[in-house]
Design a binder for this molecule. Sequence first.
Ligand code: NAP
Length: 198
Amino acid sequence: MTNSTGSIVVSLSMSLDGFSAGPDVAVERPMGEGGERLHEWLFQGDADPSGVDTRVAQELSAVTGAVVLGRRTFDVGVGLWQDTPFPVPSFVLTHEVREQQQMKSAAFTFVTDGIGSALRQARAAAVDKDVLVMGGARTAQQAIAAGLADEIQIQLVPVLLGSGVRLFDQLGTEHIELERTRVLGSPHVTHLRFRVRR
Ligand SMILES: NC(=O)c1ccc[n+]([C@@H]2O[C@H](COP(=O)([O-])OP(=O)(O)OC[C@H]3O[C@@H](n4cnc5c(N)ncnc54)[C@H](OP(=O)(O)O)[C@@H]3O)[C@@H](O)[C@H]2O)c1
């Protein structure tokens, strides 16, 4: 599994009906009501005889040099992670000014001047590795809408959640053309990768 380095990659798990979290997201329900179903593939381990899911997760970790995430994802995730989500500098998009927060592996930096600034800071921190826009939906949408995402990676989960946080919302009405660059699958999830055409 190869991958060009230095990209800005939006990567999220999504239900077949387009949700990246369930409804009623809260600290006690970090992925919303029933939304943890979307991340089950990460914990299947030996249940995936092909090993594809493990390889995709390991690859994401290996190529990621910095992370951008939204404040809602930070708030519900940090207690679980007890660290940055990946062991690299992590930039949290928010309207609230906060001090940098040093964790075991790296620091959270809070960025209040928009997605472009968060991605620029992450780009510098990642050096020649990828910047991972790990979500949530609101943050991913802004990276795509601003034309700043180079690649979109979707872990398509075979479930219809019915309600929750829609991933591809608020993107406007302009077509955004994509080139499909990879399809890998296990019974648990289909890993789709697209390059954004410019
Ligand atoms: N399916 C997946 O793979 C996946 C991945 C990651 C997260 N998630 C889930 O997604 C849910 C959260 O997603 P979400 O879309 O609701 O929220 P989100 O993108 O994580 O965070 C939204 C927050 O980011 C801040 N923000 C966004 N744009 C901004 C801007 N231009 N300038 C300043 N601040 C800005 C705002 O924070 P302030 O209110 O502080 O201003 C806003 O409330 C959680 O349930 C999380 O667990 C799922």
